[in-house]
Design a protein. Structure first.
Length: 96
């Protein structure tokens, strides 16, 4: 919607009018322009369906008591055998 403006003189603010004995009369007119008419409102949507009823079920039986099963005994420790001794050096016979 274009805005309609009228030409007007620029307003000036004087602390004292430049001409002596000059009477200043202020006229201010405010014109209220109503907004454009709106079209009829859109049709109302139907309300959402009601939620299904809440079904209450009987409480579940209590769980069985915990059963303690002992742990198996730990395996025997692995004993590491020391490495076998090195073989003796070969015997070298001196030449005769």
């Amino acid at each position: 919607m274009p805005i309609v403006t009228k030409p007007y003189e620029k307003k000036r603010l004087y602390l004292q009018h430049p001409e002596e004995d000059y009477g200043i009369v202020r006229n201010r007119v405010t014109r209220i322009i109503p907004p454009p008419r709106r079209a009829s409102p859109p049709p109302r949507r139907p309300s959402p369906p009601r939620p299904p009823p809440v079904i209450m079920r009987p409480p579940l039986p209590p769980p069985p008591p915990p059963q303690f099963t002992p742990c198996p005994p730990p395996p025997p420790p692995v004993v590491e055998l020391p490495p076998p001794p090195p073989p003796p050096p070969p015997v070298v016979k001196p030449p005769t």
